[in-house]
Design a protein around this ligand. Structure first.
Ligand code: AMP
Length: 399
């Protein structure tokens, strides 16, 4: 279990105010929240704190106002929406600091909840400004961070406040950090990583970190084309970053040096265009591919070997689809592999953790999000964690 301060360590909070960083960066249209997933996710932490006797002052960012008061990026409409989800009144104040904010918090009844304005209305937020941090810290007695998705930022509300107040991970942050630790920190071996998606260039650090940590690494999607090209395979008109061939070769050499088994596609599905139901050919990766043909999915042999590798592992970590999963039939490999992972995780045979970018929608498409051990909806933070980088928001909570 990774070591950080948890809400359970906070004890009795009667009469205290908890400043709670949440992820309320919700999709909104005409002032209405169109998807309340993130609001629902905050309920556990808020209720836990209220049960422990605390008042709750919520801090969140919304959009990118870059230090300006941009009216469309006010969190005002979110207070009512969160109140509905919580089943309690949630008040709102259009600032994050000052005596009037302190007075509004004091006026709250016991276990009352208030949402403060968009933290990014203040230029100091994204700079991690210690002065702004001091002013915000004056509003509360403890700080709770429940926004893993923003933990890769060293902002006032995501990290700096933790140095000024007793700081704890919220319920979601705790679940996320425990799951991530189980996947890469202190995993049960063997560990298999599956990395797919479009480009090598956006995942170089991630691949370089994984080859030092996992026992096997399966590469799929467009980025596998770059690796095949780097091995001298004719990839026809496939999407690939041909200028990244040297980087791909470096990663392959590093994998070999570290004893990490690399699984590249053995067979692939090709077509001349990316269109639903288009005519396809399944060919061995080393067979000739026409100039007008593109590799758009992994083939059945590749999936079969991947599923076997999953069954032989104890831990699976997954980021990125194995093909153009948005356009059937090029979703076949991703769906089949995801369903196998879901079954293995449900039966308790493996710990399966997935996340980052398009991975959540790919797993949703395969209908297995609920079967995985843990699916992270955090994009950038999840990827930086997979890259092995320390996340300022997490480091600030270390016990
Ligand atoms: P990423 O955001 O890097 O995880 O990339 C996800 C995108 O990669 C998805 O939109 C897929 O359609 C795309 N992708 C996966 N495999 C291929 C492929 N063989 N050719 C082109 N695009 C692909």
């Amino acid at each position: 279990m990774s070591s950080f301060k948890r809400l359970a360590d906070a004890g009795d909070l009667t009469g205290k105010t908890a400043l709670v960083r949440v992820d309320f960066n919700v999709p909104m249209e005409n002032g209405l929240v169109t998807d309340d997933t993130r609001l629902r996710a905050a309920v556990d932490t808020v209720q836990t704190l209220r049960t422990q006797g605390a008042k709750v002052a919520l801090l969140a960012h919304f959009g990118r106002p870059k230090g300006e008061r941009v009216a469309e990026m006010s969190l005002a409409p979110v207070a009512g929406a969160f109140g509905k989800v919580l089943g309690s009144n949630v008040s709102f104040i259009a600032d994050c600091k000052g005596d009037h904010v302190k007075a509004a918090i004091e006026k709250l009844e016991p276990a009352g909840v208030i949402l403060l304005e968009n933290t990014r209305y203040y230029a100091g937020e994204e700079k991690g400004d210690p002065e702004l941090a001091k002013e915000i810290a004056e509003l509360g007695d403890i700080y709770v961070n429940d926004a893993f998705s923003a933990a890769h930022r060293k902002h006032v509300s995501t990290a700096v406040l933790a140095s000024l107040l007793p700081a704890y991970a919220g319920v979601n942050m705790e679940a996320e950090l425990d799951a991530l630790d189980k996947a890469l920190g202190t995993p049960e071996r063997p560990v298999l990583a599956v990395v797919g998606g479009a480009k090598v260039s956006s995942k170089i650090d991630l691949l370089k970190n994984l080859v030092t940590k996992v026992d096997s690494l399966a590469i799929g999607g467009g980025m596998a084309n770059t690796f095949l090209f780097a091995q001298g395979v004719d990839i026809g008109g496939s999407l690939a970053e041909r200028d990244m061939a040297e980087t791909a070769r470096e990663i392959m050499a590093e994998a070999e040096a570290k004893g990490c088994e690399l699984l590249l596609p053995q067979d692939v599905v090709v077509a001349t265009e990316v269109k639903p139901g288009v005519e396809t050919r399944t060919v061995l990766a080393r067979e000739e591919i026409g100039e007008d043909e593109k590799i758009l999915d992994a083939g059945p042999l590749t999936v079969e070997r991947l599923v076997k590798a999953m069954a032989l592992s104890r831990t699976l970590i997954w980021n990125g689809p194995l093909g153009v999963f948005e356009v059937p039939p090029f979703d076949a490999a991703t769906v089949k592999a995801a369903q196998a992972a879901g079954q293995l995780a449900t039966s308790g045979a493996i710990t399966a953790v997935a996340g980052g970018g398009d991975t959540v929608s790919a797993l949703n498409h395969a209908g297995v999000v609920d079967q995985m051990t843990f699916v992270s909806t955090a994009g950038g933070a999840f990827l930086e964690w997979m890259e092995g980088k320390p996340l300022p928001g997490v480091e600030a909570l270390r016990a």
